[in-house]
Design a protein around this ligand. Structure first.
Ligand code: BGC
Length: 246
């Protein structure tokens, strides 16, 4: 029985069957550009396309850039606002005829890192931060996920921290690594003040460049690069079918 992981992002919807033994894709992933506007119906149509490419699929786990409470989106970041209040699992079940589970995209990446990557075997408080268009977060204590932590929305410099320190901000504002690291340090300090994590894992595409910017960061917690890179979102989404958080 194959489990598919699907990561719904602002620019692409990506899916692949997941091999839980290996913690990796069981076949090459498919990526389809996110329809604009990214309404629930439009996204569900793309999802149905992806599922058709993997006919052995029996169940599907989804990562969405939204707070997910009891399978329903309570917010919507980089997708259409009409997601708010949508029972996403029911929507996808109807579109695909499969058993579906939905989780926040950063929580999905965190589950994958906890099971197969940088967080494996780490006790205490662990935070995974995905630095991309925004800042996503996944909070764990002794391996247990505390869902929907949304630490990218901590207030910093009068606005949400993700608008100040996300990886996209470095490019948009043409910041040097030093300038961006200064902002990231400010953010990490604020985060450490409220939850005092033992370990902070940095994920998102930029984590590939950790050798450039990790030496510029100062944290009390140990700082680790994510290991699953662009596989974390899909692998973690598939894991959500095993233990979806309520
Ligand atoms: C959203 C989170 C999401 C993160 C990464 C933030 O803007 O509020 O729900 O996990 O972006 O996509």
């Amino acid at each position: 029985m194959e489990t598919l992981g699907i990561d719904v992002g602002g620019s692409g919807i990506k899916g692949a069957p997941v091999d839980f033994e290996a913690g990796d894709f069981a076949a090459d992933r498919i990526r389809i550009p996110t329809p604009q506007p990214a309404t629930p119906q439009a996204v569900a149509e793309v999802v149905a396309e992806i599922v058709k490419a993997f006919p052995k699929t029996k169940r599907i786990g989804f990562g969405l850039p939204a707070i997910i409470r009891r399978q329903t989106a309570l917010t919507a970041a980089n997708i259409d606002d009409s997601w708010i209040g949508t029972d996403a699992a029911a929507l996808f079940r109807e579109a695909t005829g499969m058993q579906c589970a939905v989780i926040n995209d950063a929580d999905a990446a965190g589950l994958a890192e906890m099971e197969y990557g940088a967080a494996r075997g780490l006790d205490g408080t662990v935070v995974l931060l995905t630095l991309g268009t925004g800042i996503g977060s996944a909070l764990f204590h002794n391996g247990q996920l505390f869902p929907n932590s949304e630490f990218g929305h901590l207030e910093l410099k009068g606005g949400p921290a993700e608008k100040h320190a996300a990886a996209s901000v470095r490019e948009e504002e043409d910041l040097s690594w030093e300038e961006w690291a200064k902002r990231l340090n400010r953010y990490l300090k604020a985060l450490e003040r409220i939850i005092a994590p033992d370990h902070i894992i940095i994920g998102g595409g930029i984590s590939k460049k950790h050798k450039i910017f990790f030496p510029l960061l100062k944290t009390r917690a140990s700082l680790l690069p994510a290991e699953l890179l662009n596989r974390a979102g899909i692998v973690g989404a598939a894991l959500a079918t095993k233990h979806p958080p309520v």
